[in-house]
Write a protein that binds this ligand. Sequence first.
Ligand code: SAM
Length: 292
Amino acid sequence: MIRRDLHEQNRLAWNEATRVHNGHKRDQAEFLRSGGSTLFPEELELLGDIHGQSLVHLQCNAGQDTLSLALLGAQVTGIDISDEAISFAQQLSADSGISGTFERADVYDWLAQAAGQKLAFDLAYCSYGALCWLSNIDTWAQGIARILKPMGRLVCVEFHPLLMMFEDDWSFKYPYFGSGQPYSWPEGIGDYVAEAGAALAPSGYLSGVEHFANPHPSHEFQWTMGDIVSALLGAGLGLVTLKEYPYSNGCRLLQRMREIPGRRMIPPEDIPSMPLMFGLVAEKVSADSVRQ
Ligand SMILES: C[S@@+](CC[C@H](N)C(=O)[O-])C[C@H]1O[C@@H](n2cnc3c(N)ncnc32)[C@H](O)[C@@H]1O
């Protein structure tokens, strides 16, 4: 089942949060125009050379990573459910002079529509807090398989689902196995850019709104590593790479995380090392391999 009702509430929460997040970031158009990039080495390594490739960035938020990918020579399309995120991305594209197409849509609607129009991409990309908003991981994977060209690849860099087990203070609270049931948060999406500071604002950090309280609730879905990989294999994609990383890029996801060079966060000293992110590449071997 696809929970469009909950996606719509998430849209409202993301509209508010995105406005506040961008308020912390100094002149992003100038940053990108002068060759700046918001990307991390992990996605660059998994993506490889993208020059001349058609790339759809699913859940692109306000388009900073999408336009950074365009600077590497890809023809980019960014999709996001948030009105605020997409209008910011369109303005950022115009102001920076970096071309990209941005469309506001629920990812499930866009994937179905793109498949109906027989659109085909070399690359689909999503990252850093995308999968937890998906109410049906199998339908998502099938949708991606349909919009990739033969030998086209999905590249995904994500926070590890293990992290969903913890409270902010690192105590265990939630089960690892969520079976896609929604977790609803009355406090909505918070100001994680303020929590991270310069690590999430490479163009420069501004104090902006302080003590942000989101007026809208949000709803997340827990997908385990097994759920994610099985969904991709079940959709007929082949797994090319699967990596885990002991740090999280940019985000201070839980209390007391320590920043190390490269805008990376690691757990506090009293917490053992664990996977905080994963990266995967899945490939569409042939049109016939895709399960409809
Ligand atoms: C944490 S952000 C991803 C940020 C991304 N890594 C970037 O490049 O900035 C998650 C994004 O998912 C979007 N989103 C959530 N549910 C969605 C849905 N059903 N369809 C499309 N976008 C969705 C939100 O609006 C938000 O912009």
